[in-house]
Design a protein around this ligand. Structure first.
Ligand code: 5GP
Ligand code: MG
Length: 187
């Protein structure tokens, strides 16, 4: 895989340290609800957007000393590439406990900001106790400023990145750093 990466943007140690900090930031905001099963303030549900956020999620939750549940959301666009002239529609599947709970959406990267509001609206419709969003990466100046995100790991330039869960054609998710793919591989 190394040979396919033009340059490493964030190495695994840099990511590890920032995820640790994010864990502290998040734990502070939630006021440490539910340190144990009997704490009635418990009620945090982390909601990763599949599949790009799975590696981030796995690392982040082990930095969070909170009682929590996981729910999962998968969002896909259809029709596919071949029929892009047709109206863009999305299929959203959400499984798990979000009604009445403190929901934290976890995503890998915020780019144009088209996907996230769809997931945020779907959660709101289910009546969460609160709703916040955490993204590992945000591309500078791309998403509309009004799109609210509560926690951001890193601001990056507008480049296509892979690794640490982020894919190209479903590959490179297991690359341990976050890097820029060689341009000729994407054509
Ligand atoms: P948005 O709707 O904000 O434009 O894009 C959100 C989704 O597009 C992300 O969750 C991610 O799955 C994908 N995406 C956007 N930028 C990148 C990128 O640089 N690399 C990869 N691998 N996926 C990206
Ligand atoms: Mg995604």
């Amino acid at each position: 895989m190394d040979a396919d990466i033009e340059r490493v943007l964030l190495d695994r140690e840099t990511i590890r340290r920032r995820v640790q900090e994010l864990g502290r930031e998040i734990a502070q905001v939630y006021g440490n609800p539910g340190e144990n099963r009997l704490d009635e303030r418990a009620g945090v549900t982390l909601l990763p957007i599949l599949s790009g956020s799975i590696i981030f999620l796995a690392d982040l939750i082990r930095e969070l000393p909170l009682m929590m549940k996981l729910a999962f959301v998968h969002i896909s666009s259809y029709p596919g590439r071949s029929t892009e002239s047709q109206p863009h529609r999305t299929l959203l599947e959400l499984t798990g406990d979000v009604a009445g709970r403190h929901v934290l959406i976890v995503d890998d990267i915020l780019d144009s900001g088209r996907t996230l509001p769809i997931v945020q609206d779907a959660v709101r419709q289910r009546g969460p106790a609160s709703l916040r969003t955490c993204v590992l990466l945000r591309k500078r100046g791309k998403a509309p400023a009004k799109l609210k995100v509560d926690f951001v790991g890193f601001e990056i330039d507008d480049l296509f990145v892979v690794g640490y869960g982020l894919d190209f054609d479903d590959l490179y998710r297991n690359y341990p750093h976050i890097g820029v793919l060689r341009a000729e591989l994407m054509s």
